[in-house]
Design a protein around this ligand. Sequence first.
Ligand code: SF4
Length: 213
Amino acid sequence: MSGAEEKISAILSKLKARYPEEMKTSLSYSNPWELLVATILSAQATDAQVDKATPKLFKKYPKPSNLAKLRPTQLYPYVKSINIYRNKSKNIIKAARMIEKEFGGKVPDTMDSLIKLPGVGRKTANVVMANAFRKNNGIAIDTHCITVANRLFIYNTQNPSKIEEKLMKIIPRKEWGNATHLFIALGRDVCTARKAYCERCVLKKICPSSSFE
Ligand code: SF4
């Protein structure tokens, strides 16, 4: 094992031991379509806000075919507690229409097809593939992952695609889905954008940005 491989293996095993419950998305869903909608809604919103809104929405409109017929304004009553709900409603309905028309009513399970859907970028596609289809095709990078990766690996970039590319080179493929969840857990807990609480961090002895003496 190279030094970099050893470091990532130590990081992941410490994070898995510290955050065993976090190795999945905290969004509630029961099928790929629900996860796709919840993930689109979760941009710049908390998972808790989304989980509060989606049960009624999924009960009323369980399938893409139900939503494909709607106008965005008909979705507003269900999602208006979530940031940017107008734009997200528009994207969800357009995505439902495209899934009906081009993908036979089923959420596609490849990166190329997923990112064709309105409101779906690499991050959302990675979340859907890793969690709903158990396919590790990339590493979903959110703001927590950006903060954590910059502190742990000194990447010095805020560009999610560059961070994803770099992490994919050092993290074994089978761990890509887990890595996202573990970095998010670390970012929410101690490695926050505003402040790093290194004294409470399980990586304090191996992180180059640690302030722990
Ligand atoms: S040691 Fe500090 S900077 Fe490094 S990952 Fe932990 S909280 Fe973040």
